[in-house]
Design a protein around this ligand. Structure first.
Ligand code: ADP
Length: 173
């Protein structure tokens, strides 16, 4: 089963990736922000903001889908990760829920390939090692039975890439 899933990590700007869907680390307003959210909105063009406005926000742990407009990706899945506040406010469950909901939405439009940024680990301060573990585990659990064949963890920094690679290599053994 596992051999059919292609899961890898690379260092890149997620707005450049030619995949069916990229995931955005959005906030509840879905109206844009800093970090990867700002980069995606800049690259997709102002139509993305119009599409997001119509979605009327999103709960933490949930995700919503739009087209990709000027991006090479056909769709953007806007996931709202938790703000880290020490770990006792269900941050881990909410982060896992983001990855699950994103894959469900990807499946709903028959996407074959998807790229995730490291949700919540920037401005929202979720510790990268724990977040990467949750991301990888949740993707592996959710992927079977969906349309998605290839998952890319798109890391912005070399350090984040090293964390993902170490975990992916460990679980491949
Ligand atoms: P959050 O508010 O969910 O923490 P951030 O955008 O602040 O979201 O950070 C999430 C991750 O996205 C961080 O690892 C950050 O370095 C990374 N990031 C920022 N810009 C980009 C980009 N253009 N492509 C991919 N990852 C990015």
């Amino acid at each position: 089963m596992e051999s059919a899933m292609k899961i890898d990590a690379l260092q890149a700007d997620i707005t450049t990736l030619e995949v069916d869907a990229i995931v955005n680390a959005a906030n509840q307003s879905l109206m844009g922000g800093g970090g990867v959210d700002g980069a995606i909105h800049r690259a997709a063009g102002k139509e993305l903001k119009e599409a997001c406005r119509a979605l009327d926000g999103c709960e933490t742990g949930d995700a919503k889908l739009t087209e990709g407009f000027k991006l090479p990706a056909r769709y953007v899945i806007h996931a709202v990760g938790p703000v880290w506040s020490g770990g006792k406010r269900d941050e881990a469950l909410k982060l896992a829920s983001c990855y699950r909901r994103a894959l469900e939405l990807a499946d709903s439009v028959d996407a074959r390939s998807i790229a995730f940024p490291s949700i919540s680990t920037g401005i929202y301060r979720f510790p990268i090692e724990r977040a990467a573990e949750i991301a990888i585990q949740t993707v592996k659990e959710t992927l079977p039975g969906t349309s998605v064949e290839r998952v890319t963890f798109c890391c912005f920094s070399e350090r984040d890439l090293a964390v993902y690679e170490a975990l992916l290599n460990r679980s491949a053994r």
